[in-house]
Design a protein around this ligand. Structure first.
Ligand code: ZN
Ligand code: ZN
Ligand code: ZN
Ligand code: ZN
Length: 270
């Protein structure tokens, strides 16, 4: 049972136990026919609710009044568009690494559980491994070192996990839409057109006919600004996009340990 309230689907406890079992083969070799122990890290990939559609697969786009369609603003009520979520492509969930912050505390928590389980059995720590008290005394210093090396030490950067939170998105997996014109999923652009308008009546030249004999009509240069609103082509209306650095995975393999999760050779005894 999980007593601290961390409710993640994975546990590193079997991983620590397997490493400890293997390390203890240097204290006492496994019995013939003993099942092989594999110290695999638990899978760190999860399928998380898509943050853009909150797991529904669709988003509702409500066009606000950006002053589009002339100076009078929008004509008619707000345009509502229901569409397939562009972030998850309607799949409702995103395949990603576990939340790196939650994962980090999970590993610390699981290691504490591993430690207290062995301490309560009266075992003796040898590096990160635990050896039965009655066996410990008989171990040479060299053998203890080998036991500790077999368990190994965690990478200082990623603490056994092999991944580190993506720096670009700070472990969120998504970033704000990169389109500067994007306002809540709508791309709002203004186009200004100049045109010539002839205006008759009135007069220039103070009421005198000009030298060309025109009757006072003139051409006036006018500018008109149109506000164009369309679903943002960059985010498809979601207002967020998958992080370009981690592709939405929240984390990247740890560069310090190349994703192994373990520190450089060492016993952890020093
Ligand atoms: Zn979605
Ligand atoms: Zn690492
Ligand atoms: Zn956008
Ligand atoms: Zn990222």
């Amino acid at each position: 049972m999980n007593i601290t309230g961390i409710a993640l689907a994975i546990s590193f406890l079997p991983f620590f136990e397997a490493r400890n079992t293997t390390a203890n083969y240097l204290v006492e070799p496994p019995a013939d026919g003993a099942a092989e122990v594999s110290a695999e890290r638990p899978p760190l990939t999860v399928h998380e609710k898509c943050p853009a559609c909150d797991g529904t697969g669709t988003i509702l786009l409500v066009e606000e009044d950006f002053g589009q369609k002339g100076a009078g603003g929008r004509i008619g009520g707000p345009r509502k568009t229901k569409k397939k979520c562009p972030l998850c492509d309607g799949r409702k969930r995103l395949e990603t690494f576990m939340n790196p912050t939650e994962l980090a505390s999970q590993v610390v928590h699981d290691f504490e559980r591993y430690q207290s389980a062995h301490l309560s059995k009266g075992e003796v720590p040898v590096g990160n491994a635990y050896v039965p008290g009655d066996k410990f005394e008989g171990l040479s210093k060299e053998r203890r070192k080998l036991v500790a090396q077999s368990f190994g030490k965690p990478c200082k950067t990623c603490n056994w996990t092999g991944i580190e939170a993506c720096k670009k998105c700070k472990g969120r997996g998504v970033v704000d839409c990169p389109n500067d014109d994007c306002k809540g999923g709508w791309a709002v652009t203004k186009t200004t057109t100049s045109y010539q308008k002839s205006r008759s009546g009135g007069s220039i030249n103070g009421g005198f006919r000009n030298s060309y004999g025109s009757s006072g009509s003139r051409r006036v240069s006018k500018k008109e600004t149109t506000v164009n609103v369309q679903v943002c082509p960059d985010c498809g209306g979601a207002n967020i996009v998958l992080c370009p650095d981690c592709g939405g995975r929240r984390a990247t393999p740890c560069r310090k340990c190349n994703g192994t999760g373990t520190g450089r050779k060492g016993s952890g005894l020093d």
